[in-house]
Design a binder for this molecule. Structure first.
Ligand code: SF4
Ligand code: SF4
Length: 255
């Protein structure tokens, strides 16, 4: 999820234009294996955290305490969670093992896209335009391999598609707040932490505060939201959007 610093970094890299290809392959046994899994400044999106937590069977409070550091984003007032690296000389990722990523099937979106960076901007029609940039680091030998990729084929091969809609929607919310030119009030920042990053607590909050009594949500969706964190995250986006922007396509307050 590019923040402003990341966007600046991406803009300094060569762009992989639409239809253009690059050569790359990463596999266990390559001489630089695991060299890229340390000393990272890796921002986790709400969907990244959902997938990592689910793979680790950890509650949100435990996961955030053990594996993240939190910063408040000055221009939005929203929290930003970074993956906490190990406190060793290499600052290695807590999930890297000699065999590779121990959470490979649920690795964060940025790890999937590497060695590409992906940036998005609103397309003015409710969707986003995406751009890809090549992050070619000196230690990475994958560029000496023969497999050829476009940005889109790499994204598909790495299973990024499942991350796209949630991450893009989240980025769109941040972009709309930035357009307004003022961060959200502190209370809203706390709500965003609960709804986006503590989905298990958000589900309990919905029941405890009888949130559904104030919105038109049919029974099947209510059940899904309380049982499935992906449905809960979608509802969280609707709920926060409605509070911030007073309308959202998939959620209406009861009249
Ligand atoms: S989450 Fe996995 S792929 Fe990402 S940096 Fe850590 S070990 Fe590497
Ligand atoms: S440095 Fe490049 S080739 Fe080596 S493990 Fe990382 S992504 Fe793969």
């Amino acid at each position: 999820m590019p923040n402003d610093e990341t966007k600046e970094f991406l803009a300094s890299l060569p762009e992989l234009e639409e239809g253009k290809t690059y050569k790359f392959k990463c596999y266990p046994g390559i001489s630089c294996f695991n060299a890229c899994c340390s000393d990272l400044n890796l921002i986790l999106t709400p969907y990244d955290i959902l997938r990592l937590r689910r793979a680790l069977s950890q509650g949100s409070v435990e996961f955030l305490r053990l594996h993240t550091t939190m910063h408040k984003c000055e221009d939005t007032g929203f929290p930003e969670f970074h993956l906490r690296m190990n406190d060793n000389k290499a600052r290695s990722c807590p999930f890297v093992t000699p065999e590779g990523c121990s959470l490979y099937e649920n690795r964060p979106g940025a790890c999937r896209m590497y060695p590409l960076g992906r940036a998005t901007r609103p397309d003015g029609k409710g969707g986003v335009c995406e751009q890809f940039f090549i992050v070619q680091e000196d230690h990475c030998r994958g560029f000496e391999e023969k497999d050829e990729w476009t940005g889109m084929s790499w994204k598909e091969d790495q299973g990024f598609e499942a991350y796209t809609s949630s991450n893009d929607r989240y980025m769109n919310i941040l972009a709309r707040i930035k357009q307004r030119g003022a961060p959200v009030p502190e209370k809203m920042g706390h709500m965003a932490t609960l709804a986006f990053y503590k989905l298990d607590e958000f589900q309990r909050f919905i029941t405890h505060m009888r949130v559904f009594s104030r919105f038109d949500v049919d029974e099947a969706r209510q059940k899904a939201i309380l049982e499935d964190e992906e449905a809960a995250l979608e509802f969280a986006m609707d709920w926060i959007e409605l509070m911030l922007f007073e309308s959202t396509p998939n959620l209406k307050a009861k009249g």
